[in-house]
Design a protein around this ligand. Structure first.
Ligand code: FES
Ligand code: FE2
Length: 476
């Protein structure tokens, strides 16, 4: 059952989503549509502004830029993070760039006004030169910005009246409480400046349907060929080729268990070499230690036993090393072992075993975006490395990209160009496996149409979660 046959309620938005399986191409390049997103979407949504790993010590700050706004996120003490608009209250000079430590506060480089970590003005050179009603504490303190913490990250919202963070990003937040995202630490951080609309860049990571052609090395064991990938999708629900254990459920095929294990390990190694934290090298080595595991002879039983043994081994290894690790059995039992999770509007986590990858995509213009990738893993408390420097953005075809994102990035600029073709009025989606794309695009329309914030939160909760889901009714 999908909802694409039912016309959507008309929202007064240009190029509106009327069918969840048809996305008008102008949404990806029309300057007026982009201007509406800048005015009606971005200033009202919670955005992942930094990882707490980037600001571990009091005084550590990160600058987060979104469109023409710049926000300072600063740790003020071991348990408190605050955020301020990055503009001196005198004549507007930005106080910080990038990252750093300002333990003794911020000093404006123009006329030397100073601010404490709480935003209060602590020095105003010759205050008597200013009229009294222009130098009251509230007039000269930094303007605060909303900031809240979840899953090891600080999120900001430019809208003082928007609903709170947690309710806005569930069930994503609860899933990553279970995954213990707060102990995931960045080991590398890369960025790509891409000549594509920010939504287009995200959508390449909302389905696994592209794996067959774009990443042929990742077609998993037990899948005979491309026709087999989604064989049962209408009966069993959407599932990704990456979700190997889900794919094999009920697969009563007899297998060679030695070959099965070899191929599982090979699959893990291929992902590791292609995308580092997506399956961490540590976990590949743990899997190699399980080569002699006895498995049932049927595919479903072998897969279940293999993942159970591997999860146990990963947890034991981390426990012995004094490293925080989620309860992977509980994660399986709660069906949270999914390849990709999306957090509206622009943040992703891709957890596997001990580690994870993560993406954040920000608009730079109607047809340009900044795509960041992190590889995240866990360390024994007290041994975490410093967070990697803010990356210099690379081109999508830079040979330094790991194999898997390099494959994804090779398609995107061509897709952006193709959207302009005569006669290409809309993308046509599978409502079974590309449903997330229509769902979140419809949510954007809700923002652009100015729908009630509570309605938008309820809709967001149907959008933020696993990728590769069906088109659903998000409430409008
Ligand atoms: S602009 Fe900052 S002190 Fe003058
Ligand atoms: Fe991909």
């Amino acid at each position: 059952m999908t909802l694409t046959d039912k016309p959507r309620q008309a929202l007064s938005v240009p190029y509106a989503i009327e069918r969840l399986d048809r996305i008008p191409s102008k949404r990806y390049y029309d300057p007026d549509f982009y201007a509406m997103e800048c005015e009606l979407l971005w200033p009202h949504v919670w955005q992942m502004a930094c990882r707490l790993a980037e600001i571990p010590n009091p005084g550590d700050f990160v600058e987060y830029e979104i469109l023409d706004k710049s926000i300072i996120i600063v740790r003020t003490d071991p348990t408190t993070v605050r955020a301020f608009h990055n503009a001196c209250r005198h004549r507007g000079v930005q106080l910080v760039k990038d990252r750093g430590n300002a333990r003794s506060g911020f000093t404006c480089p123009f006329h030397g006004w100073c601010y404490g970590l709480d935003g209060a003005n602590t020095f105003l050179f010759q205050p008597d030169l200013f009229e009294e009603d222009n130098r009251q504490p509230a007039d000269v303190a930094l303007v605060p910005c909303r900031v809240e913490i979840a899953n090891g990250c600080a999120f900001i919202n430019l809208d003082d009246d928007a609903p709170g963070l947690r309710e806005s990003i569930e069930p994503f937040a609860a899933a990553f409480d279970a995954w213990k995202a707060e102990s995931l630490w960045p080991e590398w951080h890369l960025a790509c400046r891409m000549p594509v609309n920010w939504k287009l860049a995200m959508e390449a990571f909302m389905e696994g349907y592209h794996v067959m052609e774009t990443h042929p090395q990742l077609i998993p064991f037990g899948v005979a060929g491309s026709h087999d990938l989604y064989r049962d999708v209408k009966n069993t629900g959407a599932m990704s080729p990456f979700d190997v254990d889900r794919k094999s459920k009920g697969a009563n095929v007899e297998i060679d268990t030695r070959a099965f294990i070899d191929q599982q390990i090979e699959f893990m190694r291929t992902i590791n070499e292609g995308m580092a934290g997506e399956i961490h090298e540590k976990d590949v080595r743990i899997a190699e230690g399980l080569r002699d595991t006895e498995l049932p002879k049927d595919l479903a039983g072998a897969t279940e036993t293999w993942y159970r043994e591997l999860n146990t081994a990963v947890m034991s290894w981390n426990e012995r090393a004094g490293i925080d690790c989620p309860d992977l059995h509980m994660i399986n039992a709660r069906d949270l072992n999914r390849a990709v999770f999306y957090c509206f509007p622009n943040y992703f986590l891709l957890p596997t075993f001990s580690s994870s990858s993560s993406y954040r995509i920000r608009p730079l213009g109607p047809e340009e975006c900044l795509f960041e990738i992190w590889s995240l893993t866990r360390y024994r408390p007290g041994t975490e490395p410093s967070a990697p420097k803010t990356p210099v953005p690379m081109a999508p075809d830079d040979p330094r990209w790991p194999v898997i994102p390099g494959q994804d990035y090779s398609n995107l600029p061509k897709q952006q160009l193709g959207l302009h073709a005569k006669g290409f009025d809309f993308m046509r989606l599978s409502p079974y496996v590309e449903g997330l794309i229509g769902n979140y695009q419809r949510l954007i329309d809700g923002y652009l149409a100015g729908l009630d914030p509570d309605l938008l939160v309820q809709a967001a909760q149907r959008v933020s979660g696993p990728f590769e889901v069906e088109a659903v009714d998000i409430g409008f």
